[in-house]
Design a protein around this ligand. Sequence first.
Ligand SMILES: [Zn+2]
Length: 336
Amino acid sequence: MCDQHETTPSSPPTRGLGRRTLIRGAGGLLVAGGAATATAQSAFAATSQNGWPAGTSSQVPLSSLAVGAATFPSGVRTGDVYTVLRYVAVQFNSTVEALYSPGCWGHNYREISGSTTLSNHSSGTAIDCNAPDHPLGASGTFTSGQVAAIRTILNRCNGVVRWGGDYSGRKDEMHFEINVPPGDSRLPALAASLGGGGGGTPPPSSWSVVRKGDSGYRVSAVQHLLRQRGYSLSADGIFGSGTESTVKSFQSSRGLTADGIVGTNTWNALIVTVQQGSQGEAVYGVQKCLTGKGFSTTADGIFGSGTDSKVRSFQSSRSLVVDGIVGSDTWQALTA
Ligand SMILES: [Zn+2]
């Protein structure tokens, strides 16, 4: 497992547990040694680096997590955190690399090595995936295709999840963590969009299915997104055999089932997050979808203030977060 998160340059969160009350257990775990009850209670009040309450496996509410061939001892935090981290693990298993055990880890009560900050594993808000192949401190342990698949997962999570490969300091490519504090509205919004409930049901497919024979702005969106990703095809809004074969090529390149049908997995791999200042094919796709939804927008491939205003109006009309950013939720609503 990883034993480290990015060491925060600012002062670490206040913790109620003094170092002298800690001894290192055989597994690198921190356990209270001969501590009074009051000390254990103050440990429970401590928070991990991301602000979540930390503690032992009997103090943090945990759900066991099993994905593919892997389990993540000793589980992850129940509720929305579970829903989101399970989604990450499921997508990692299907689009990045098959998960295996042992090698995946969840809750673990410990400090970040070299600091007194509690690891996010201590609050059950982090997972490690296939640790032996992606050791702490190593970079470039994933192929460019795998990194692209990881980016797709992160984009879908709208900033709620951070990847250890994105740490500015020492990389931790096995590691994914919740990157918002308790009470941040983005977490329940994401969990709800993934199916919510925290109960382990797979995320429902709420993306429109687009396939050969279809036409219109959804097809235009698919075509522009394929062009954005370097494929050559005309964006005529008609899903013919040319578009179908291009979709199949894209699916093959991502390790997806090459059936030429654009469903949830293909959408998640295709979409590109755009916002004011963006230019290019994905922006054309957004603009055509806005018009298709009745928010008439000039399709010029330039995401200026006019497009920004229409996106915000659209987001408001669909009860989405009104931020002008076309990420997964907004793409999904635009192509619904
Ligand atoms: Zn980790």
